[in-house]
Design a protein around this ligand. Structure first.
Ligand SMILES: NC(=O)c1ccc[n+]([C@@H]2O[C@H](COP(=O)([O-])OP(=O)(O)OC[C@H]3O[C@@H](n4cnc5c(N)ncnc54)[C@H](OP(=O)(O)O)[C@@H]3O)[C@@H](O)[C@H]2O)c1
Length: 248
């Protein structure tokens, strides 16, 4: 294989980033756009304008669609890709603090968003992805591999998507579709503001990160770019840990 300077170009590619309205998904969407892809993102608010001025949300140049993935009918009714889809990124995520995930209704709600909707989006768009021999990226978490003491639904759902990634990667490889995951550590987004914007909790977190800094959405986005590129053409079913050494 000759590695050309355009190996990371996404010119002519179409991407859908679920959870692309904010944080990690938004970082992936913007990197993919800068590499030449046409990118559609999903989020929960009525319109792109509703994210204006929000830290971690830059919808410039992205096509926005409101789809609440906790509602299966909304996933089924969302816009399609009649000409096929090259890249599907599942970056939706929910976490509920204060031990609420020990209550079964909340447990179910978190699992619905973090696990069941990931499978639903994958099956909904599989025909379009198969048509382009495309690639799927699932965002898990290092919480998949350890206890997350206050968040049983988050931990279980993130472990669940690691297994889902492995199985879909195997099931769809023969059709030319690769499915891989990323397990981020602590990334500065609105989901982690509860820690990162609290000086003592932030210091305690930094003490556990070998590289000595919080991750940025860009750190996850560059890994996603590698995984969808021909450089990762022989990788499928894997979840890469991107955590600055936090899990070491
Ligand atoms: N930040 C971290 O340290 C970290 C670490 C490991 C894994 N992760 C995972 O990374 C992914 C992205 O999280 P983030 O940190 O970037 O947090 P974030 O900024 O809160 O982004 C979460 C995204 O998910 C969307 N979302 C949540 N519930 C949804 C629903 N019911 N329907 C549709 N979209 C929904 C949000 O939409 P709105 O913008 O409309 O709310 C947003 O786009 C999640 O899967 C998270 O579990 C994050």
């Amino acid at each position: 294989m000759t590695i050309g300077s355009d190996v990371l170009s996404l010119a002519g590619k179409r991407a859908l980033v679920v959870g692309g309205s904010s944080g990690i998904g938004n970082g992936i969407a913007q990197l993919f756009r800068s590499q030449g892809a046409a990118v559609r993102v999903w989020g929960t608010r009525a319109s792109a304008a509703d994210y204006a001025g929000e830290k971690g949300s830059d919808l410039t140049g992205l096509e926005y669609e409101r789809v609440d993935v906790s509602d299966p009918a909304a996933i089924d009714g969302a816009g399609s890709f009649p000409d096929g889809l090259d890249i599907l990124v599942l970056a939706q995520g929910a976490v509920v603090y204060r031990r609420k995930e020990f209550e079964i209704e909340t447990f179910r709600r978190v699992v619905d968003v973090n696990l069941t909707s990931v499978m639903h989006c994958c099956t909904r768009f599989y025909p379009a992805i198969r048509e382009r021999k495309g690639s799927i990226i699932v965002i898990s978490s290092i919480g998949a591999y350890k206890s997350v003491i206050g968040n049983p639904a988050y931990a279980a759902s993130k472990a669940g998507v690691v297994g889902l990634t492995r199985t879909l990667g195997d099931a769809w490889a023969r059709e030319g579709v690769r499915v891989n995951g990323i397990a981020p550590g602590m990334i500065a987004t609105k989901m982690t503001a509860v820690t990162t914007e609290h000086p003592e909790r932030l210091q305690a977190a930094l003490d556990t990160i070998s590289l000595g800094r919080l991750g940025l959405p860009e750190d996850v986005a560059t890994t996603a770019l590698f995984l969808v590129s021909p450089l990762a053409g022989y990788i499928t079913g894997q979840t890469l840990v991107v955590d600055g050494g936090r899990s070491l």
